[in-house]
Design a binder for this molecule. Sequence first.
Ligand code: MG
Length: 394
Amino acid sequence: MVTAAALIVAAGRGSRAGRAGLSPKQYALLAGRPVLAHAIAAFQAVPTIQRIAIVIHPDDADLYADCARMAPDRLLPPVIGGATRQDSVRLGLEALSADAPEHVLIHDAARPFVAAETIQGVLDALRDHEGALAAQPVADTLKRAHGDGTVAETPPRDGLWQAQTPQGFRFSPILAAHTRAAAEGRHDFTDDAALAEWTGLRVALVASPRKNFKITTQEDLAMAEDLLRSAQPVLETRTGTGFDVHAFCEGDHVWVGGVRIPHDKGLSAHSDGDAPLHALTDALLGAIGDGDIGQHFPPTDPKWKGAASHLFLADAAQRVAARGGRIVNVDLTILCEAPRIGPHRDAIRNRVAEILGLDVARVSVKATTTERLGFTGRGEGLAAMASATVVVPA
Ligand code: MG
């Protein structure tokens, strides 16, 4: 397979934002995530991109670190950019040359809406061309203006395209072009395709949707927010509850919330008897109206004999995800006289968070006795109740 890397240029200052003391546009929040994080995610969605390098401004190291934490997949360490975009791209290419890919796609961080089809289309065009860029045919009539804002002429728009990014190249020729331009003191190229053309490379145009626009102004940012909002499904909040009991039997340990606790009894069950995880599983299934644990994992099925209950809980979480949903929080209450849950509470909380792929702050674990009343009070068994809140597309 041809090796391909993405080089996302995020080193720009954006003089307007800079003057106002604001963070540069590539770090402005769009639906709660920096613009750059959206751009990175777009390339991470394309499996034929094996490495992703980001060129950043030295002042933005902390802003970038937050971005990288949100989506670390295939990211190389950041490269510090230069005085101009052209310098930044060259520095990025030089960093990539340590383990040079065959193809490189250079992209503006401020284009968060680049489609996977566009990225792959540019890559595909590199089979037959030394370079290729995403672009859009000019649809509006163009005017050239005098200095006073009156029309000087109407140039024909036939064959005119607006250049976007990504702009893809075979790696060695584009690095050579950048090296030569720097050596000859040429810093006036407004995109990488122009530089490639200057060295005589043949560059193909790949039609790309208008949606792949560059965010440069506050108005662009507002338009981007509107686009994302209109594309997002309306979510609704759902809550489910679960309850489960297992009786004590002979044994030397119990499973409670995915944690093995030494005890002078065991829990009687077809599976490992982890009532808290069973209650949580039912709470999640309840929230999405998808039956109960017994329906998905019948105790009559020998396949589940002695099964580790984290499998049931992970399956329920998977069912939430399959509906396009997300778990907001879960809350678990364990009822028993013994064993004492307190010393294991953090371990249980961490384990449940791990099974559900949730931040631990979204998981609550509580324990109580029943004041020696009832079957739990008499030490006959362990009970658990749980609730789960999820958001799913309405
Ligand atoms: Mg059970």
